[in-house]
Design a binder for this molecule. Structure first.
Ligand code: ZN
Length: 153
């Protein structure tokens, strides 16, 4: 499945339609209308249309309490506060996801391939992962705050 999508992306250069990834759990394969009812317009734009929120707009940038960051679409825990760091980019950033929280794909929206990641359960877009993060992983998961819900421990 992942390999097929990769081949299609390479063949066409860009993905013809901007849409979220398929839900890993078919119970979360909701219609756009159903998602619109569940989500704020801002969260819908990010989660379902792979939009990007403006930097420095999320209150989660300054969230420092212990807890977990859940998918705003289906409430699956995606990141722990223990993996959060201040990247200075204006988006909540993590060096590691929780196990089984996310899945990735390559997108070509900026011509240069980027690794997109999304919630493994509902397929909602979360952000992009880069290789300039801190130790121990060296990864930077650059996440849209509006796609997350913080659950204090
Ligand atoms: Zn989700």
């Amino acid at each position: 499945m992942g390999a097929t999508v990769g081949i299609l992306s390479n063949t066409f250069g860009v993905r013809p339609v901007l849409a979220a990834s398929k839900a890993g759990d078919s119970a979360w394969n909701l219609s756009d209308d159903a998602w619109r009812k569940r989500l704020s317009p801002e969260a819908f734009h990010v989660l379902r249309n792979e939009g990007t929120e403006r930097p420095f707009t999320s209150p989660l940038n300054d969230e420092k309490r212990p807890g977990n960051y859940h998918c705003a679409g289906c409430d699956l825990p995606l990141f722990s506060s223990e993996a959060k760091f201040n990247s200075g980019t204006g988006w909540p950033s993590f060096f590691q996801p929780l196990e089984k929280g996310i899945a990735t794909k390559v997108d070509f929206k900026l011509i240069i391939p980027r690794t997109e990641y999304h919630c493994s359960r509902c397929g909602g877009h979360q952000g992009h992962v880069f290789n300039d993060g801190p130790r121990p992983t060296g990864k930077r998961y650059c996440n849209n705050g509006v796609a997350l819900r913080f659950q204090p421990a």
